[in-house]
Design a protein around this ligand. Sequence first.
Ligand code: NDP
Length: 481
Amino acid sequence: AAANIGVVGLAVMGSNLARNLASREGNTVAIFNRSYEKTQGVLDAHPEAGFIPAATYQEFADALQKPRTAIIMVKAGAGTDAVIDELVKVFEPGDIIVDGGNAYFPDTIRREKAVRATGINFVGAGISGGEEGALTGPSIMPGGSDESWVTLGPILRSIAAIAEGEPCVTHVGHDGAGHFVKMVHNGIEYADMQLIAEAYDLIRRGTGKNPAEIAEIFAEWNKGELESYLIEITAEVLRQVDASTGAPLVDVILDQAGAKGTGAWTVQTALSLGVPVSGIAEATFARSLSSHPEQRVVAGALPGPGEEFTVPADQVDAFIEDVRLALYASKIVAYSQGFDEIRAGAAEYGWNIELGAISKIWRGGCIIRAQFLNRIADAYAETPDLPVLMAASYFAEAIGRAQAAWRRVVVAAAQAGIPAPAFSSSLSYYDGIRADRLPAALVQGQRDFFGAHTYKRIDKPGTFHTQWSGDRTEIEAVDTH
Ligand code: NDP
């Protein structure tokens, strides 16, 4: 056996990851794909990689040194299960199977348990960065056992992106922890993209600037505290001119956003954990809303505010700065909510996840890579068990600086009839979580009225119920919740 690592699944992600592995000192990579043509294709196209091809799972296992280590990069779901079933037949106790696909974390928990029973290690690893990241260095979020991390750690460190001298990979936690964190990463990505899209829409409709001009604004923003991959590519997209019509490309792209489901998973999971990730939820719903043309056609007849929204010429620069600040504040909320979900998931599933380490491995290789993540790392270094990320001194100061602008932008959007669901829900979350008192008291009263759900009082311990259908006196109740 000559290979120290193997890759199963040679579509775009797997073949690029295999090439990345092969390009690192000391690695010899065995490759396998269900249909052999792909294996042959990768072999022919990249003779420099020195791949060892396998035509069957048995040949693949025979090509690997022990403990065997294989990374699966196949279609998530049934494809992953099918490959695991085959690998388990030809691997031995102590070997390591890594699933690098976009698995739903409960599947990873299930698979880890089943594979562990055979003595083989199973590691669910979230890999972000798309095809380019896979080739040049992704951000990697592996779960799995401590034992497998001993062998796997150095291999993954060698292929990961490097940010400020550190590889963008850490052992996230056991079983499904890695895929959980990758899921939340994608949810934050949804929110970040939606916030940028809302900023673009407000500037475009408020100032009449064209996409190329707005591209320059984003390019400028990318030099400051908003510096990030998503801001950078937004400028590129806005600059692009359609070859066939000569129009800005963004104006000829159908305005219906697709989704592969990771945003929805993030929101569904947050709902069951009781974590308000409203920015991510609004971003996910905004994609859904856009993708219902049959409803949009009918609703197009509904009345709006009537007047055109035009920012006066002498206020355009100030408005753009307001939008920048609103974007930054809303982004802080989105990340704060995402980290809240990771904290809650770790508590629920018993994972020991270091939040500061997560923000560091997102600084390179992945879609949400940004300057800003250093500030998150600093916040958790200062207070590891920070209950609300945005309350950390740096972010509290930043929001303090931005909040007046943020409010003006949300007001302007509402008055102009421009949808800004992520901007406005982030602001509501901010105002909700910092509120001294919430109307939740009234909700508790209503719940007690119709369902005898009881309530607690601010002035004494115990659980109470008002006898609403009787004489409306209060009695001490048995705590049912
Ligand atoms: P696809 O998701 O398109 O999957 C195609 C690969 O899966 C092929 O190699 C195919 O083999 C194999 N496959 C499908 N079903 C089976 C099966 N039953 N048994 C064996 N092999 C099977 O490939 P991608 O490269 O786009 O993605 C791979 C994984 O990486 C996915 O889980 C994806 O979610 C994840 N991912 C993708 C990113 C991206 O940007 N594309 C980013 C991050 C993660 P065959 O050639 O024989 O059909």
